[in-house]
Design a binder for this molecule. Structure first.
Ligand SMILES: Nc1ncnc2c1ncn2[C@@H]1O[C@H](COP(=O)(O)OP(=O)(O)OP(=O)(O)O)[C@@H](O)[C@H]1O
Length: 500
């Protein structure tokens, strides 16, 4: 079996090298023709060596490339293959730009001329081709943005990202070669990080750092889209900080605790049923209220120290809590969560929530999350629902294939878009990280009497964003006295304007 697979691998490599030799030689047919003519002239003039050298230089160079790429693809790619390919992308774009712009509907016809958007700063790095385009009079940057997908397709790119540069300029970054199709595994985290974590790679192959400081993150993706990788990427990378008392992880998993249970030692507080979840949210809210009273007048930004950690609430399947649980739980949990989302950031309390179903009614508080990661979604409508109008073209999460779990688009708090793929966290690896960095025993949560924080149904009366300092508990309701109903006309809306 081993001999067979080795023979198959060798045959494939040789066939690939032969194909490349032929393709690279014939692709530059103009040069090949010129060399053949010049070489024959030299032969006729009796310069035999020079004549043969000129005739065979193109096939010889192709042969060298084919052999090098087959024998040592890594060095070939770095030294020769990559630079040649990137030069080809740049040349192709510059040469074809008038045609591409025209076909993508960006040509403006005036009385005496046809004008296309100006192209400048064409650069190629790694697997990315980046260039800037200037809108002409009569066009807007939005017109250019709308044409981005068509431009990318005409260049044979895998994906496109756009960035508005202001005053009519748009920057396009085309991913010319897909680097995210190969899954990657994380390394054991060892740094104490509370502001950002490394979750995987971005489209250009650089590490994907997710900023957490003062941000709430919503992760949306269909079942099997790889939400677990992001959940454990965040929890696992924060585990050393949690172990050192610089971060505290709170986990809510109402899908029977299946997700959180794998690495539960990393968490200081875990809720796996509805009643515990509400209790946990109340406790976390008290932490915020407690910090509000401590920090009031002293500082406006929270800096974690050992013993005074950042708190990260991780909710697996948010919709169970905010839509599918019993009505009382949904109401109270939604109100508590809104308070935490609106008040927590400045006080070192961050929320990371995961949701499968992006319909409006399941995540009513979507706007309170400051950054969103859209993994594979079912349709363009879902992408728009999750990321906002106009985003289906810029961050087409519905085009992500099921063969790339963990891949998605991050839309940051400043609107920038990144195509990313998370490392895959296997169960055994999660267990190992949890065993290496268990959370220390959690100190008691501030009680209601410490903070004066209203709990439970008292919160339902408050609007999100209001300071929950010492709000009074609601008084028991007494029935209102009703006076006999009197007939009124539409015009008589002022008190006392009754008509008999
Ligand atoms: N980053 C990744 N790289 C490669 N494969 C992955 C990655 N993340 C997940 N997978 C694969 O995809 C499968 C589904 O992933 P996961 O359970 O995380 O999806 P999910 O979105 O949490 O689904 P559900 O909502 O149904 O729990 C995993 O069993 C694993 O095989």
């Amino acid at each position: 079996m081993d001999t067979l697979s080795t023979a198959w691998a060798v045959t494939r490599t040789v066939a690939g090298a032969v194909w490349q030799l032929v393709w690279w030689t014939l692709r530059s047919w103009r040069l090949l023709l010129a060399c053949a003519v010049l070489g024959n002239v030299l032969l006729i003039l009796d310069f035999e060596v020079a004549g043969h050298a000129v005739i065979w230089c193109v096939p010889a160079f192709s042969l060298l490339r084919a052999l090098w790429s087959a024998v040592h693809p890594m060095t070939y790619e770095t030294v020769l293959g990559g630079p040649i390919r990137r030069r080809g992308w740049r040349r192709h774009l510059r040469k074809q730009w008038p045609k591409i712009a025209d076909r993508c509907g960006l040509t403006l016809t005036t009385d005496d001329a046809r004008v296309i958007p100006r192209l400048r700063r064409v650069r190629a790095d790694g697997n990315t081709l980046t260039f800037q385009v200037r809108a002409r009079v009569g066009h807007t940057v939005d017109d250019l943005t709308n044409a981005a997908e068509a431009i990318a397709t005409s260049m044979g790119a895998e994906a496109v990202e756009t960035r508005r540069l202001g005053a009519g300029w748009l920057e396009l970054s085309l991913t010319m070669r897909e680097l995210l199709h190969v899954p990657t595994l994380p390394t054991i985290p060892d740094a104490i990080e509370t502001r950002a974590v490394t979750l995987g790679r971005t489209a250009d192959g650089s590490p994907w750092r997710l900023n957490l400081a003062a941000r709430h993150t919503l992760v949306v993706g269909r079942s099997g889209s790889g939400k677990g990788s992001i959940f454990w990427g965040i929890a696992g990378n924060l585990a050393p900080a949690a172990h050192a008392g610089m971060a505290r992880l709170w986990g809510v998993d109402l899908k029977g605790g299946v997700e959180v249970a794998v690495g539960s030692p990393m968490f200081s507080h875990v809720a796996m049923n509805e009643a515990d979840a509400v209790r946990l949210l109340r406790d976390l809210h008290r932490v915020i209220v407690d910090r509000q009273s401590v920090m009031r007048g002293l500082s406006r930004t929270f800096t974690p120290t050992p013993g005074d950690p950042v708190h990260v609430l991780m909710i697996d399947e948010l919709a169970v809590l905010t839509a599918y649980a019993s009505k009382d739980v949904v109401n109270e949990a939604a109100n508590l969560l809104k308070l935490i989302l609106t008040q927590g950031r400045a006080f070192g309390v961050m929320v990371v929530a995961f949701v499968q179903d992006p319909r409006k009614e399941t995540v009513g508080m979507r706007d309170l999350f400051t950054q969103t990661i859209a993994l594979r979604l079912a349709s363009a409508a879902e992408t728009r629902m999750v990321l906002g109008d106009g985003m289906a073209a810029l961050a087409p999460a519905h085009h992500i294939t099921p063969t790339m779990p963990g891949a998605g688009y991050l839309v940051g708090d400043d609107g920038h878009i990144e195509r990313v793929r998370a490392d895959y966290w296997a169960d055994d690896f999660i267990r190992m990280v949890a065993a290496t960095y268990p959370a220390p025993p959690a100190p008691p949560v501030p009680t209601e009497s410490d903070t004066g924080s209203p709990a439970g149904d008292a919160l339902q009366a408050e609007a999100p964003g209001e300071t929950v300092g010492r709000a009074p508990r609601p008084r028991p309701r007494t029935p209102r006295k009703r006076s006999p109903r009197k007939t009124t006309t539409a015009a008589s809306t002022e008190p006392g304007a009754e008509v008999a």
